[in-house]
Design a binder for this molecule. Sequence first.
Ligand SMILES: [Zn+2]
Length: 466
Amino acid sequence: MQSAPFTSPLAQGLAEDLLERFQRYVRIDSQARRDRERSPSTPGQLELGRLLVRELKEAGLDAVEQDENGYVTATLPEVGGAAGGGEDGHDAGPGAIGLIAHLDTTPDTPAAGAEALVHRAYAGGVIDLPRGGTQLDPASMPELGAKVGHDIVTSSGDTLLGADDKAGVAAIMSAVAHLARHPDLPRPRLRIAFTPDEEIGEGATLFDIPRFGALCAYTIDGSKLGELQDETFSAAEAIITIDGVDVHPGQATGKLVNALRLASRVVAALPDDTLTPETTADREGFIHPYLIEGTAARATIRAIVRDFDDELLEAHQRLLERTAREVVEREPRARLDVALREQYRNMRRYIERVPEAIAAAEAAIRAEGIEPVREPIRGGTDGSRLSEMGLPTPNIFTGGQEFHSLREWASLQDMAASAATIIRLAQEWATRQSPLGGREDSGSRLKDSGSGSKDSVGQPEDSGSG
Ligand SMILES: [Zn+2]
């Protein structure tokens, strides 16, 4: 059987380079760790970053750097007359477009020893992976059933694959290396960033947006073919700590207050037929306790709270806090602490300030022969916080599927389509009438997207009403 066709000759031409890169990146264990003490949380992310620095330099990019926090950045100069920025490469000015992927993989699934296996020309049916008895069954994975004939990339079965987000890293690397080899292809100044610790919500924390100097950016961190996302959840995290009274169980009569039991009761008291990830879809939010640990003396529950609507997010947090109080207050000798922390905001309102960002991406996806898929992300990306911080950053597909699981897989055809889309996106920005067309106000659009700045308007806000 012959492999399924690619979305374009461009994608086909990129595929083998992309696959080699992907396999190389997957082998480096760059799993993030929660409760990080420094950036990045693990040395594997620095190792992957160093490899990318070497490859970016070999490809001929400028201003290739890995900073002390593990962020890798580089510049591909513009071709075709779009506005440029600073001369030194990294102070690129507002005339640049950013491409971003993350170096780390999820801490929640085994990652050490990952190897990317290629199942050429998938014939349909169950794929048995060599280790751990892991199976990819199209009966429960309809996306896989739709990829008959594709070259399917999987893990060995006992680790994640790491397509989240090494498929995105490889797509960007293949695309910019191709652009660097083909100076005839128009592109704006491109700024590249590979970020650490996205999976623990810290990818944007130490991202230097002014130094990056882009009008907008794209994370290459989505999933299925054609995805283009400008909406994410708004997100909060809760850490609930319960202190009991620990006594030797032999002398515990009337004295022991078991924090672990109280914690289980809090979790059990939360709604379980609604407001859970497994009972909600589309635009519905949830409360998701994902870790409970401790002893009779002290127990901790960690939960994430999600919604697309900020007011509903607030309501879910209050419900979680109220439930914990009601349960724990029944035992006056126990103590309760509820710490709520905002993680990121729905990015839509920030991205709307640069409408060209979505228009150019839609045009690029269509130019690759794909119909854009516009669904809100039931999750977050680096782009959620970057957008809020002043760098509007929608998200584009990578071709990877079943992220964060041992069954994670990717279609090589779809991964190549992602890389080809990046090249077409560069062409879109270089050729369309856009804020990159050299006008002075391209910088003010960036400033506008920061909070409260109106200096670029040059007149009072109410001047239009008189
Ligand atoms: Zn990701």
